[in-house]
Write a protein that binds this ligand. Structure first.
Ligand SMILES: Nc1ncnc2c1ncn2[C@@H]1O[C@H](COP(=O)(O)OP(=O)(O)O)[C@@H](O)[C@H]1O
Ligand SMILES: [Mg+2]
Length: 410
């Protein structure tokens, strides 16, 4: 389902929107390492006295020496004298900014002169800030705080991006599995089922033939082949059943929905879609979290697709308990479904997303797959047009299916 991958890609792009807000100060994990570089021992000493009690320090008295120290100490910040014999502060700054093995620390250049040309050259070489000696204690401390925080936030962002990439990979794998299951589940299973009956009829005749012609090699061969075929058929049917029985465990349905919706919300906000969520099915069910996620994922994705050219873009997802069912609905403000297509949309491979409109092309597998999953739980999935306009997909999932439904302790 490549269009789903597009969405995943966009979700990654929306990192800045959703996840920046989640960035927190890291507390004890924060990198508070600083390397100070100066050829003058007296200058090193001043900095050491100022900073040693609040930060972890390492010192170097030349640019050359500093490189190795930075590589092994992996500081968040380097305080760097500009004028040094050998490698200058500018040169070292360039190296720091170019060599990823140095960990990309922030760089503050220290100068005795405070010339504007010096400052400009410093920024040009990639330095993050500039301070003139003798430093004002408060200014030095404030700048250090700012850059340490910046460094640590950047690191966190990199980490979050990596986590998200892993999440995207995982979801993609789940989607691939869904796609495989759709094909195996809907096509092979049907074909294989159809094979099972003729094979059983064949069995009956082979048994009769064996009685009449016990010595016939041809009959023995047919007998063997029939058994082999039946075995293959049973294996395939068994693997479909196994996929559908995937990890059935007691689940807090609202929690699974909330997790998936949090994930989908990123894609929705990218497309300026308002996703309203109202979860009130405070029960446990026996189900596979991946099945639930795939169903709600497909329904919300369809709703998002339906909104591509709409002015009003909103999706409401609700869950509630009604009698012995959990009802999950996904309602959108899209154009709804033409009456002649209301059942057709559940046919495998039926899609109206032919790629000629602004929508990404569809595969027509989502709804047939979702319906198969839900029916496998003894539930139902229907899509109707809502009186307010737009479509509403409604899943009924029997709680009874859970064996016993456990009201969550409040
Ligand atoms: N919320 C909706 N609003 C309008 N049409 C929908 C909606 N959900 C599904 N459909 C229609 O059902 C068709 C089949 O959906 P689906 O099986 O998920 O396949 P796909 O999304 O790949 O087209 C869609 O192509 C679309 O025409
Ligand atoms: Mg779909």
């Amino acid at each position: 389902m490549p269009h789903f991958y597009d969405m995943l890609g966009r979700i990654r792009g929306s990192l800045s929107k959703g996840l920046m807000m989640e960035l927190k100060t890291q507390g004890s994990n924060e990198n508070r390492r600083i390397v100070i570089v100066d050829d003058e021992p007296k200058n090193l000493k001043i900095l050491r006295i100022r900073l040693a009690k609040d930060y972890e320090l390492a010192e170097a008295s030349s640019g050359e020496e500093a490189q190795d120290i930075i590589r092994s100490f992996q500081p968040a910040l380097v305080l760097l004298d500009i004028m040094m014999p050998g490698m200058s502060g500018y040169e070292l700054t360039k190296l720091i900014k170019q060599d990823p093995s140095l960990g990309n620390p922030k760089v503050i250049l220290l100068s005795g002169k405070g010339l504007i040309e010096e400052k400009l050259e410093g920024y040009e070489s990639g330095a993050d800030d500039y301070l003139t000696k003798p430093f004002n204690k408060q200014e030095l401390e404030a700048k250090i705080r700012v850059f340490l925080r910046l460094f640590n936030l950047e690191q966190q962002l990199i980490q979050i991006n990596q986590d998200l990439e892993e999440e995207v990979k995982l979801r993609s794998e789940q989607l691939l599995k869904a796609e495989r299951l759709t094909f195996v589940g809907l096509h092979s299973a049907q074909i294989v089922h159809n094979l099972k009956n003729p094979l059983q009829v064949l069995r009956f005749y082979v048994d009769n033939l064996k009685k009449d012609h016990p010595e016939s090699k041809a009959v023995t061969k047919i007998d063997e082949v029939q058994k082999k075929l039946l075995e293959i058929v049973k294996n395939i049917l068994g693997s479909v059943d196994r996929d559908l029985k995937d990890d059935i465990v007691p689940l807090e349905i609202d929690r699974v929905l909330r997790d998936e919706l949090d994930f989908l919300r990123l894609g929705a906000s990218e497309q300026d879609i308002r996703l309203k969520v109202d979860l009130d099915a405070d029960v446990m069910v026996m189900a596979s979290a991946s099945h639930i996620r795939q169903v709600v994922g497909n329904l919300v994705k369809n709703a998002m697709d339906a909104l591509w050219d709409q002015d009003q873009k909103s999706i409401k997802v609700r869950s509630e308990v009604s009698g012995s069912d959990i009802i999950v609905s996904v309602q959108d403000s899209g154009p709804g479904i033409p009456s002649n297509l209301q059942e057709k949309i559940f046919e495998p491979l039926f899609t109206t997303k032919d790629g000629n409109t602004g929508q990404a092309p569809g595969h027509g597998l989502g709804l047939s797959y979702c319906r198969r999953i839900i029916e496998n739980y003894g539930g139902s999935l229907a899509i109707k047009n809502h009186e307010e306009g737009g479509a509403i997909a409604t899943v009924h999932l029997p709680i009874k299916h859970a064996g016993k439904s456990i009201k969550k302790a409040s």
